[in-house]
Write a protein that binds this ligand. Structure first.
Ligand code: AMP
Ligand code: ZN
Length: 144
């Protein structure tokens, strides 16, 4: 736990999020500055700054769950593709220093940014989290 870390605050219920899925090792919630609707973040439950600090077990759990979340968004949103990205260090563009994976639904012709400067509409985020969490519960039943 790192007190200034926004993802730790979310994990400790000291900050809100739009939840999608949870396992013993990971939590998945919506990015509040979505690069596209349905942009998910898969974060480790323990605080690791980046890939260089995270344990191989944590990294592999995040990878596993990211794959499952990619299937979930593809099924639910019927998007053309799904981008899975992970940034390490400010020089690589990392902005929240708690290890996480981006899962971003993509459609043909849309721009390929990882970050957006525009915050999502709270009502749309709420509705999206509800759709994806319902679909994840169906598809990932028993994944813990
Ligand atoms: P990165 O730049 O790879 O470190 O990604 C961090 C992501 O976290 C960015 O895409 C931000 O939009 C997103 N973000 C920052 N604060 C929050 C928050 N409180 N809830 C959800 N997503 C957040
Ligand atoms: Zn943290």
């Amino acid at each position: 736990m790192s007190e200034q870390c926004v993802f730790c605050q979310i994990l400790n219920q000291q900050a809100p999020c739009y939840p999608v899925h949870e396992t013993r090792y990971t939590k998945t919630f919506l990015d509040i500055f979505p690069a596209s609707p349905g942009h998910c973040l898969i974060v480790t439950k323990d605080h690791y700054q980046d890939i260089f600090e995270a344990t191989p077990e944590a990294i592999s759990m995040v990878g596993h769950v990211s794959t499952l979340i990619a299937h979930t968004v593809k099924q639910e949103l019927q998007c053309d593709g799904v981008g899975i990205f992970q940034l390490n260090g400010a020089a690589a563009g990392q902005t929240v220093f708690h290890y996480h994976m981006h899962v971003i639904p993509r459609n043909a012709g849309e721009d390929l940014a990882i970050h957006s400067r525009v915050s999502g509409d709270p009502e749309e985020l709420r509705a999206m989290a509800e759709r994806l969490s319902r679909r994840a519960a169906e598809m990932l039943d028993g994944v813990d």
